[in-house]
Design a binder for this molecule. Structure first.
Ligand code: HEC
Length: 480
């Protein structure tokens, strides 16, 4: 092709290459169509090598074919940087686009109001299989899959359940919010709220769904019933600066949504009653968040290091946290130890867990682990907490910590050399389910008392898994 020459770096030429070879699937404006959106925000998590590789060799078992031999090597290299560059015209996604994107497959009230299967609907698990973009529904009693939903490309943030566990809402990277009925095992409605979305939250009263976007910089409120658009909140701070949303949370005990913002030192609280944002000004941008069980306090960590405690009622900082490395507060959990509530969080940079007293905010223990990790999980009915070493060479191990002694008392290695992380318990706390996060991975089920493997269920890169009961009752052993 004529564009293979050394001077093909001209943006116009690359735009033409894109139009001729990619636009049919990825959209003329790179906003996505049958294939995913290809904006810089969309590709943020794709490593440089991975991006080069997908352009050359495609993705097996998908419509994405490799372009090695079709486009010249220099053009492929230039496409990589072109895809990382924002389009000349800022992409828009306004109220009209949002409304026009909505599909309702089953109107509310049109499906039977009882589960179509004979198992405990509160002990279902949803497993996100990120390899081929599926949601696997596991029966937590029999520990068997009962259904598999195809999802939009790349789900972001965890699935969120309605309080009765019947409905689940998921957000995709490209801004699609999908609502599934777990009792009838069907997709109910979908809408595209943005071009790049972080996550979704569902109000405890069952009325509202709030999505947090990075592109455009908005939050979008939907009616939970039919996913119709209720309101768009442009995220503009007190100083007039706009911000991407890091995440939105449902603060059920407060009857509000809370939004963490990525670019401005503010936290927004949006009560279900008024739907008007209340701005809490911080002295620094917080990157990573943990809420205590009553949602009275936020424990936050800043990019610069260090942590702080914000009292949401008072609307200001009440304590500093002495933390080293890069604690992953967002996946922290709490439990009671000698009558005191403690919080433990893994560390993304250091092989240690920090244990903090939730009254004095002092660090009561630092537990050495196999390496930097991402998650810690437990359950009210087990004496142990499980943590991974996912960010280290020991990423194939999980360590088991005694919650009273604050010591490592066991280790499991589901498959030597393969990444094992993210634990979730059955409703009764009897079994711990671990993800082998590989393309030909599995959910490995352990007896939570004996630490013996009970069974493994093959899955395609299973990442998170979510138990309906533990999530809807806001178990202190898991994130909400
Ligand atoms: C026939 C449809 C089709 C065409 C043509 C096509 N793609 Fe794709 N592309 C897809 C699909 C579908 C996926 C998602 C694959 C998956 O599930 O991982 C994809 C994935 C990708 C990804 C990975 C995105 C991510 O976030 O992981 C990139 C990058 C990409 N395509 C770039 C291109 C470029 C550049 C071209 C043109 C040179 C192109 N594609 C042409 C369908 C297509």
């Amino acid at each position: 092709m004529a564009l293979g020459g050394a001077h093909a770096a001209e943006t116009n030429d690359l735009a033409a290459v894109y139009r001729a070879n990619c636009a049919a699937c990825h959209g003329v404006d790179r906003l996505g169509a049958m294939g995913p959106a290809l904006l810089p925000e969309s590709l943020e998590r794709l490593k440089p090598d991975a991006l080069r590789d997908v352009l050359r060799h495609g993705r097996p078992a998908t419509q994405m074919q490799g372009f090695a031999g079709v486009l010249s090597e220099p053009v492929l290299d230039q496409l990589v940087s072109w895809l990382r560059t924002a389009p000349a015209a800022t992409p828009h996604w306004e109220a009209d686009d949002i409304r026009a994107s909505r599909t309702v497959i089953h109107a509310s009230g049109s499906l039977p109001g009882r589960p179509a299967f004979d198992t405990d609907p509160l002990n279902l698990f949803l497993v996100v299989e990120s390899g081929s973009h599926h949601l696997n529904v596991l029966d937590g009693d029999k520990l068997e899959p009962i259904h598999r939903f195809a999802t939009r490309f790349a789900l972001h943030g965890g699935p969120k359940f309605s309080r009765d566990g019947r409905f689940v809402f998921v957000a995709s990277r490209d801004g699609w919010i999908s609502k599934y009925d777990l009792w009838n095992l069907t997709l109910v409605a979908e809408i595209r709220v943005g071009l790049n979305t972080r996550n979704v939250a569902v109000s405890d009263d069952g009325q509202w769904v709030m999505a947090g976007n990075t592109l455009p910089q908005t939050m979008v409120l939907l009616r939970a019933d039919d996913l119709s658009l209720a309101r768009i909140y442009p995220v503009v701070g007190k100083g007039g600066r706009s911000s991407r949303v890091s995440a939105v949370y449902d603060a059920a005990p407060r009857g509000s949504f809370i939004a963490a913002l990525r670019d401005i030192p503010e936290v927004w609280e949006i009560p279900y009653a008024t739907l008007e944002p209340r701005v809490i000004a911080l002295d620094t941008v917080l990157d990573d968040f943990f809420f205590d069980q009553p949602y009275r306090h936020i424990l936050g960590a800043s990019r610069a290091g260090g942590g702080q405690v914000i009292d949401l009622d008072a609307g200001h900082k009440v304590a500093d946290l002495a933390l080293s490395g890069m604690p992953h507060l967002g996946s922290g959990i709490t439990w009671y130890r000698g009558g005191r509530e403690v919080m433990a969080s893994p560390n993304l940079k250091m092989g240690q867990l920090s244990v903090i007293d939730m009254e004095s905010w002092q660090t009561v223990a630092t537990i050495p682990t196999n390496g930097p990790g991402f998650f810690i999980r437990s359950h009210e009915a087990t004496p142990y907490a499980w943590t991974d070493a996912m960010m280290s060479p020991r990423r194939d191990t999980l360590q088991i910590i005694d919650k009273q002694m604050l010591k490592v008392v066991g280790t499991v290695t589901p498959s030597p050399g393969r990444t094992a992380a993210h634990v979730e318990f059955t409703r009764d706390g009897r079994y711990a389910l671990v993800s082998l996060m590989e393309p030909d991975g599995a959910i490995v089920v352990y007896d939570a008392a004996t630490l013996r493997e009970v069974k493994r269920l093959p899955m395609d890169r299973p990442v998170g898994k979510y138990n309906v009961f533990n999530k809807t009752t806001r178990s202190s052993g898991t994130s909400h």
